[in-house]
Write a protein that binds this ligand. Structure first.
Ligand SMILES: [Zn+2]
Length: 136
């Protein structure tokens, strides 16, 4: 089983939020950077969620990874920026309930029918808006 599958399987089974450190320890994937690399790619591919929250493993408040269709309830839009120093910064934008309804509708439509744009949009020097839930 590849590390990628291991991580996905674990997150799916646990339905919990786990930081890179805990995933590394629990799944025996070393060095920890490997977990980071895999999770970053899974996040780009929208196979997992990745943002700051309480880790189910170590209970610390840090960047955690999880899979859950229920989590869409949070009504958040994530913007991923890759910085030159290699660190990730994730901006969370709260939406009004109407905006959120539309987003979910669009998201579901995208998920089950219409094409989901994979093109990243440049929004500033070295800033790329990786994806959102809108239809293009
Ligand atoms: Zn942890």
């Amino acid at each position: 089983m590849s590390h990628r599958v291991k991580i996905l399987k674990f997150l799916k089974e646990k339905e919990g939020k786990y930081c890179d450190d805990c995933l590394s320890k629990i799944l025996g994937i070393f060095p920890r950077q490997q977990v980071y690399q895999i999770c970053k790619i899974l996040f780009w591919k929208q196979q997992i969620y990745r943002k700051k929250d309480k880790c189910f493993g170590c209970s610390r408040y840090k960047i955690v990874n999880w899979i859950s269709s229920k989590e869409i309830k949070g009504g958040i839009k994530m913007t991923f920026q890759s910085e030159k120093n290699g660190k990730d910064s994730i901006c969370i934008e709260q939406l009004s309930s109407d905006e959120f309804e539309n987003r979910v509708k669009e998201y579901v439509e995208n998920k089950f029918g219409k094409k989901f744009s994979e093109k990243s949009l440049q929004v500033g020097p070295d800033k790329f808006h990786k994806f959102d839930f809108s239809i293009r």
